[in-house]
Design a protein around this ligand. Structure first.
Ligand code: TRP
Length: 324
């Protein structure tokens, strides 16, 4: 049985694009019986950018509640919070001491982030070694990641080999599983949906709030109601198509092309589609908002399971380095 492990950034409540592009495919992979899967919320990595305790906590909670609402089964997947397994920071230190500073300086993601962000701290610089620790601590065989994380995986293999070379076979060398670029999901402005573009749709919001957002933010041209319209160039239709059956999409396309059917009608159908396709997820999400303790319990149980594995690995490492 192969062990699959991946970390989730906790930058706030996931949106429609995150759910369709990343969360649902990851849950499908995790639920495959032949895989032993570890999934965690990378809240220690978040500290590189978020210094407000409430915000940090709330982000983690929203992310955990979303994954659970979307069907992650904590009986099949070890689901935990990175910060609950403090072994991770200990291992990260050891890894730091085996990895050349000059190599870390070549990290693309650090270059990107240090150009973009205000708070360029040492944690941001050492980020790849914390990530390597996340992976090596659990003897992961496979790590599903996007293209932007491949270099971090290379560094993980590199630092693991350096230590194995000096101290014997302590670590499993993980293989990346390259994930397709998150499916291109259009945002309300017709560009790729992303938080930084402010064009997201929050499927867990109150129906009224989603309605307002759709009416106000989804761009349409000003073809009059009675005129024929082009579905393929319309964001509202593209979004509808993501959630509707082929039959339903065809029907909307025909109505648009025929004329006499306005953007307002299409927007109303989109709203209904969002609410109905996510009705189960919305109900579960609301349940967790009202019962945050349940989420906490799931994460604590996950941490217990994760800790067992982590402790065993750390024991091997400490023995080899001369700390036991
Ligand atoms: N750095 C990853 C990202 O930005 C998140 C992450 C942290 C991760 N630790 C990990 C992913 C370990 C895979 C394995 O998306």
């Amino acid at each position: 049985m192969a062990r699959i492990l991946t970390g989730i950034q906790s930058t706030g409540r996931p949106h429609l694009g995150n759910i369709l592009g990343a969360i649902n495919p990851a849950i499908a992979l995790a639920n495959k019986a032949e895989n032993d899967s570890f999934l965690f919320i990378a809240d220690l990595h978040s500290l590189t950018q978020i210094k407000n305790a409430e915000e940090l906590k709330n982000n983690t909670f929203q992310v955990a509640a979303t994954w659970l609402a979307c069907g992650l089964d904590p009986n099949k997947t070890t689901f935990y919070r990175q910060s609950d397994v403090t072994e991770c920071t200990e291992l990260a230190w050891y890894l730091n001491c085996f990895f050349p500073y000059q190599r870390l300086k070549l990290a693309h993601s650090f270059k990107d982030k240090s150009d973009r962000l205000e708070d360029v701290n040492s944690g941001l610089f050492a980020y790849p070694m914390l990530m390597a620790s996340d992976i090596l601590l659990y003897d992961a065989d496979f790590v599903p990641v996007g293209k932007d994380q491949l270099q971090h995986l290379e560094m993980t293999r590199d630092v693991a080999s350096r230590i194995n070379h000096k101290h014997g076979e302590i670590f499993v060398l993980p293989e990346p599983i390259l994930q397709q670029d998150a499916q291109l999901i259009l945002g309300t402005d017709g560009e790729k949906m992303s938080k930084s573009r402010n064009n997201t749709i929050d499927v867990f919001d109150a129906e009224n709030a989603i309605k307002k957002l759709i009416n106000k933010n989804i761009v349409t041209d000003n073809t009059p109601l009675e005129e024929p319209k082009d579905p393929d160039s319309a964001t509202v239709y593209q979004l509808y198509k993501l959630l509707a059956t082929n039959e339903e999409s065809k029907t909307m396309a025909e109505k648009l092309k025929a004329g006499g059917y306005g953007w307002g009608h299409a927007k109303k159908e989109l709203l209904d589609k969002i609410v109905s396709s996510f009705s189960e997820e919305r109900a579960k999400f609301e349940h967790y908002q009202n019962n945050p303790k349940e989420v906490e319990e799931v994460l604590m149980e996950g941490a217990q399971k994760a800790k067992k594995v982590a402790k065993a690995t750390l024991e091997r490492v400490r023995n080899s380095l001369g700390y036991n």
